[in-house]
Design a protein around this ligand. Structure first.
Ligand SMILES: NC(=O)c1ccc[n+]([C@@H]2O[C@H](COP(=O)([O-])OP(=O)(O)OC[C@H]3O[C@@H](n4cnc5c(N)ncnc54)[C@H](OP(=O)(O)O)[C@@H]3O)[C@@H](O)[C@H]2O)c1
Length: 327
């Protein structure tokens, strides 16, 4: 079938393109052409989805059957897509757990938990608005995949990547003492991408929490996997939540994936019963980590998306924490 990827040249979208080609679809991407281009077999459509005329102009003469939308970050972008693509047979939208009003800190008990209905220009309310606009246009031909933490090769946000780099560098590594045993869940971009294409074909409709099964690993297990994969002799320097906060360490941004224990307990508690029923795969965490490390060592680092700064522990905070931990 003719499958249009909105996005398709950066991280998740690139894997969606690969999966759609592997499943025999005739694939087109729609991007501004800023983040690179798709493989040669793909029809390249350019335009800015914030511009109401761009999608209809780019699609002139090529009508998609299916859409996988990886690039929506604004209310207008959703509205323009709903207007231009309301007749497609299946539309799968990449949303986020942030669409839920109560997440973070969660927990997310199921897809019927309330989503944002405010007008703020924030990520979660924008995703929730986009879901509503597209669902109104497409009805049961629309599925929204509320993604959790996406990992894997080509991740420009460098969350697992930062840990891999830091652990590979060796020595004493600051780790959050209170959450090493915390169950976490993540989804490999390649698992998610292949499944999004299948969902566009199968059209089950509705909403689904798209992440790995709760407890597929722990935070400490992920860090241990990073140590194994990099062959590092790094030693853990565990620091309590109280000491991390007192030193000025910011959750998630300074230490990627770190949330204080009280937040983490519910934030990682996401019901994925429907995702499992719909066959969202979950490869071993070790495969995701090893493949991410292989990619990091073989490819130039992509620039972070515009307006995003890469995560990481500022060196002066790391020095202070290691000094205190040694004392
Ligand atoms: N990373 C996570 O952990 C995570 C978690 C939950 C949800 N999500 C969601 O997952 C989706 C995929 O994220 P990703 O990081 O993998 O992004 P991506 O799809 O790999 O990259 C964004 C794509 O959109 C295109 N694009 C951006 N702005 C555009 C515009 N105004 N008009 C047309 N095309 C545009 C970019 O190409 P050009 O720059 O060339 O235009 C690029 O191909 C996003 O919707 C994100 O909100 C991510």
């Amino acid at each position: 079938m003719r499958l249009l990827v909105l996005g398709g040249t950066h991280f998740l979208g690139r894997h969606v393109v690969a999966a759609a080609l592997a499943r025999g679809h005739e694939v087109a991407t729609f991007t501004r052409g800023v983040s690179g281009e798709p493989p040669a077999r793909v029809r390249v459509l350019h335009g800015d989805r914030d511009d109401p005329g761009a999608l209809p102009a780019a699609l002139a003469g090529w009508t998609p059957d299916l859409v996988v939308d990886t690039s929506c970050q604004g209310r207008a972008a959703a509205e323009h897509a709903a207007a231009a693509l309301a007749d497609v047979a299946g539309y799968v939208f990449v949303s986020s757990l942030n669409a839920y009003r109560s997440w973070p800190p969660g927990p997310v008990t199921g897809e019927d938990d309330p989503t944002w209905d405010t007008e703020d220009d924030e990520y979660g309310p924008i995703k929730a608005h986009a879901e509503r606009v597209l669902a109104a246009a497409l009805g049961d031909r629309f599925l929204t995949a509320r993604a959790g933490l996406i990992v894997g090769p080509h991740d420009p946000l460098y969350r697992v990547g930062w840990w891999l780099d830091r652990i590979a560098a060796g020595g004493r590594v600051v780790v959050p003492a209170d959450t090493l045993d915390q169950p976490i869940a993540l989804v490999d971009a390649r698992d998610l991408a292949g499944w999004l294409v299948e969902m566009a074909e199968a059209r089950p409709g509705g909403a689904v929490n798209a992440t790995g099964p709760a407890g597929m690993t722990t935070f400490g297990g992920l860090l241990e996997t990073c140590r194994e994969v990099t062959g590092s002799d790094a030693e853990w320097a565990p620091v309590t939540d109280a000491d991390l906060l007192a030193t000025g360490v910011q959750e998630w941004t300074h230490l990627p994936l770190w949330l204080t224990a009280d937040q983490a307990r519910t934030a990682w508690d996401v019901d994925t019963t429907r995702a499992r029923a719909l066959g969202l795969p979950s490869r071993p965490v070790r495969d995701s980590v090893a493949d991410t490390w292989a990619w990091m060592r073989s490819s130039p680092r992509p620039a972070p998306p515009p307006g995003r700064t890469l995560p990481g522990l500022p060196p002066e905070l790391e020095r202070a924490l290691l000094f205190a931990a040694a004392g």
